[in-house]
Design a protein. Structure first.
Length: 80
């Protein structure tokens, strides 16, 4: 069923379709970013790992510290 008047032009229908899709995409991305920001404010729950009950040697502790320091956020907030 064709639309009456100037809305029967396929260019107008395409324009409105693209506008609707872009609006839905912007809304979805905005809501997703907001949910991610809200989730980041909550502290992470501590999870026990079986290796925590095994004492580490000084060399293992040093190696772990090296890896952890590389993974920790640097001054710009990015891993080093």
């Amino acid at each position: 069923m064709p639309l009456p008047g100037r809305f029967s032009d396929p260019r107008a229908i395409t324009l409105f379709g693209l506008l609707a899709v872009s609006t839905a995409t912007c809304l979805a991305l905005g809501l997703r970013a907001r949910a991610r920001r809200d989730r980041a404010d909550a502290p992470l729950e501590r999870v026990w790992h079986p290796q925590e009950s095994v004492p580490l040697t000084p060399a293992e502790e040093h190696a772990f510290g090296e890896v952890a320091s590389r993974l920790s956020p640097g001054p710009t907030g990015r891993p080093r």
